[in-house]
Design a protein around this ligand. Structure first.
Ligand code: URA
Length: 240
């Protein structure tokens, strides 16, 4: 059986209620936190959050070590945790999903829409992002020119970007004259735009529809997000 770890109380309160560590300390000092029915005095007290009852401002803590969120990223929002002036994907999460340490598992460009995973679990994110894991990411792409069989062939062999970077083979399937589906297993900077750049084609729009075996559900419309179910989480790593 997995052993349960003890954690500092201020750390637990800060991560689970999306407040800073110093705010958590202040709340504990003011007697706003109860552990096992007794007012906690010490911010540094060690608690097992899975088994000990924690109440903060009268609200019972439903502890989750990590959180896994699916978002349909809207255009114009930055794939980052914070930014000085621009709105980020973490900024637009509903309050009940916000907590400290959240970050997007992989980046979509500011003008790209679609499936984005946001989590505070670094190992999970690594399994999605690392090119070594070869998790397929599928996008719909709208182009400023027609797609030819020759371009599909070039992409399937792996293209070399203008700076010499080699891309792994990808699958390009024509949907309409200038609309295609493309599946890649890496996440190089502006990868798809730069790949089409090698054949002199511009990308007008880009939308990510799936990551591994997980497809963006239709009812998660642009800007919406919710927690992933256990089954959805696992489906990311299923072979497709
Ligand atoms: N490739 C791009 O060029 N942009 C994205 O947002 C994702 C993949």
């Amino acid at each position: 059986m997995k052993s349960l770890n003890k954690e500092r109380l201020d750390k637990i309160i800060s991560s689970q209620f999306n407040i800073s560590r110093s705010e958590a300390k202040t709340c504990i000092r003011r007697g706003q936190v109860l552990v096992g029915g007794t007012v906690a005095k010490d911010s540094g007290m060690l608690v097992t959050p899975e088994t000990e009852q924690i109440i903060f401002n009268g609200e019972r803590l439903a502890y989750k070590k990590n959180i896994y969120i699916i978002m349909n990223k809207p255009r114009g929002v930055l794939s980052a945790s914070t930014d000085k002036s621009r709105k980020t994907v973490v900024d637009i999460l509903p309050e009940e999903l916000k907590r400290s340490g959240l970050f997007p598992a992989g980046r979509l460009d500011r003008d790209t829409t679609g499936l984005l995973i946001i989590t505070d679990d670094g190992d999970f994110a690594h399994r999605i992002i690392s090119p070594k894991k070869k998790i397929k990411k599928t996008y719909i792409v709208w182009l400023d020119a027609d797609i030819t069989p020759d371009i599909c062939r070039k992409f399937s062999e792996g293209v070399t970007l203008s700076d010499g970077t080699l891309c792994a083979p990808s699958k390009l399937t024509r949907i309409d004259k200038n609309v295609a589906e493309i599946t890649i297993t890496e996440g190089k900077y502006h990868q798809i735009k730069r790949m089409f750049g090698t054949v002199g084609i511009g990308v007008n729009e880009l939308h990510r529809k799936s990551v591994g075996g997980l497809t963006l559900p239709e009812n998660i419309t642009e800007g919406l997000s919710r927690e992933l179910t256990e089954m959805e989480k696992n489906s990311i790593f299923m072979p497709v």
